[in-house]
Each structure stands twice: as C-alpha cells, then as structure tokens.
Design a protein around this ligand. Structure first.
Ligand code: NAP
Length: 287
C-alpha cells in the first residue's frame, strides 16, 4: 500500500521501519527533517509538507506530539485537509483529544476522506517490535481496509465505534497507567527506605498479583539509572489532562488520576523534567 507518515519521533520512526519491512511504499514528513533520514536511507521518500504526503499516498498516518501539533498538521498551512483527500484514508495515531478526533472526522468526511483515530499502547518497545495495541474509532470500512497495515505494526487492532472512540479507549488506558506508574514509583521509594534488595523486590513483586507493564518495563530502567524516553513525561501529563478534562465533561470525578496529574505537573512544570521518560517520576523522591 502507498502509505504516508507524518511525525517520525520515537514512535513514528519505529512504526515506519516496520511498515518498510512489511513491503509498503512510504512517504514521510517530520518537522525536524533529520528524524526521517534513516527512513529515507531505507527507501522512504521525503516530502516537504503534509499536503505533499497526501498527494503521494493512499493512506496517511499522523503521530505527532500534542493536540496543538495535530491541529497544525491537519488544519494549518499546507496541512492534510488543504490537499485533495477524496478517497484517501486518514489515520491519527497521536494520543489526542476525543473532540479533536471528531472534528477531523467531520471535516475529512465533508471532503470525501475516510477518517480514523487510532492511538496506540505498548510503548517504544511495542513500536520497535511491531507489537502495539491499536485502539480505533471512526470509519469502520477504513478500519477493515487497513488490516494488513495494522498487523505490520501491532499485535492487536480493535475497533470501538464512531470517531473519538479510539481516543476515549486510550484515555481509559492512561487512567490505568496513572495507577501503575504511581504505584510502581511509591513501591520503590518504600522498598528502598526499608532497606530491601530492590532488584529482588522487583522480580518477586512482578511474579505475584501486583505484576504490571510499568513495573516490568520501567522499574528495571530506574534501577539502571536510565531515565531516557520511552514515553515522555510531558506527553503523559498531556494525556492525564485530556482524560480529566473529558471526565469532567462526563460529570465524573477521578481523584487518583487527579493526584497522578498533580505529581506529573510537579515533575514537568515545576522541575522542568518533561523530557525524561515517565519513570522519571521517582526523581520527586530520589535525586
Ligand atoms: P516524539 O518523539 O516527540 O514524536 C513526535 C514527532 O512529531 C516529533 O518527531 C515531532 O517533530 C513531530 N511533530 C510535532 N509537530 C509536528 C508538526 N506540526 N509537523 C510535523 N511533525 C511534527 O513523541 P513520541 O514518543 O513518538 O509520541 C508521539 C505520540 O504518541 C504522542 O502523542 C504520545 O503521547 C503518543 N504515544 C507515545 C508512546 C511512547 O511510549 N513513546 C506510546 C503510546 C503513545 P520534532 O522532532 O520537530 O519535535
């Protein structure tokens, strides 16, 4: 399939390598051009802006950082929706606002495009290994048409309903991660203060009913002093803010998620450590 990909950072770049490996033709654009160099070496074609990507490809994927980046890529100068998108499939994989996914769907549909929101879970390793979980909302026929693409980059792609349903599922995912990240962090702080053997604690706790992805993937990075992203803390804070704002619209309170947001606000906004991976939360206790 002729695929366009906009946003080749930690996640997008690894996904693109898997698309090339699966034999898809690829056109790429990223704000910082150097982050596409390895893909061009592997056979992808560089485009000067999102509009040019749309002109070359049949299915166009975006995976940028924040909702404001999504707005720019879709609605900005030379953005996706300034191109002729008739009969194209457009997929936003950024973790973004459900309401923005609905806006892109509505505007894209008016122009004859099929639109999906398809955020992912599985982290940098899932992107590298092609084992992402993909949560999809929007046009069901487009979801069906993209099965071979999804299977090249993930182990599970699940359709949840109309536009925004993928983003809402991802928000549910992030609400769960808020608990596992804060739990894993406080568990290590406590175990260290109690004088326990931390690698042994991580192994033992991870073998019982407290086992979870944050523990098995991020605790070992913390014990090695590795705070590289992974998943940027600034992006996780963005997700917690979207989840809580959407929950407020639904008239529900999520006090534990609210507390996680406050902790990440301290890390990102007060301490300026938003470029650390989410495991950097432990720096609120450990120097
Ligand atoms: P990232 O490394 O910052 O990648 C985002 C990329 O988008 C960057 O290369 C950035 O370019 C590019 N970009 C931003 N605005 C752009 C624009 N207007 N035009 C063109 N390119 C633009 O972040 P990431 O870790 O790949 O995460 C991407 C998204 O996936 C985020 O929404 C994140 O929450 C979500 N996510 C991440 C993970 C994870 O584990 N990393 C897992 C699931 C979901 P520059 O290089 O110029 O900044």
């Amino acid at each position: 399939m002729k695929i366009g990909f906009i946003g080749t950072g930690v996640m997008g770049n690894a996904i693109c390598l898997n698309l090339l490996k699966a034999g898809h033709e690829l056109w790429v654009y990223n704000r910082t051009k150097a982050k596409t160099d390895n893909l061009v070496t592997q056979g992808a074609t560089w485009c000067v802006n999102p509009k040019t990507v749309v002109e070359a490809a049949d299915a166009i994927f975006t995976m940028v950082g924040f909702p404001r980046d999504v707005e720019q890529v879709y609605f900005g100068e030379n953005g996706i929706l300034t191109a002729n998108v008739k009969d194209k499939i457009i997929v936003d994989m950024t973790t973004s606002k459900p309401a923005l996914a609905q806006k892109i769907y509505t505007e894209g549909e008016k122009l004859g495009a099929q639109v999906l929101d398809a955020p992912v879970s599985g982290g940098d390793l899932g992107a590298k290994n092609g084992t992402l979980t993909i949560m999809v909302g929007g046009d069901k026929a487009a979801f069906t048409a993209l099965q071979t693409v999804f299977s090249a980059i993930g182990s599970l792609a699940q359709y949840f309903g109309p536009a925004g349903a993928g983003q809402n599922t991802k928000m549910a995912n992030q609400i769960m991660i808020a608990g596992t990240m804060t739990g894993m962090t406080e568990m290590l702080v406590y175990a260290q203060k109690a004088g326990l053997d931390l690698p042994a604690v991580v192994k033992t706790v991870g073998g019982g009913s407290a086992a979870n992805w944050s523990l098995s993937n991020y605790a070992p990075r913390i014990l090695k002093g590795d705070y590289t992203p992974g998943f940027f803390s600034k992006h996780f804070l963005k997700d917690l803010r979207i989840a809580l704002a959407t929950a407020e619209e639904m008239d529900i309170k999520l006090p534990a998620t609210e507390k996680a947001k406050e902790l990440y606000e301290t890390l990102v906004d007060e301490k300026g450590l938003g470029d650390l991976g989410t495991q950097g939360l432990i720096k609120l206790w450990w120097q």
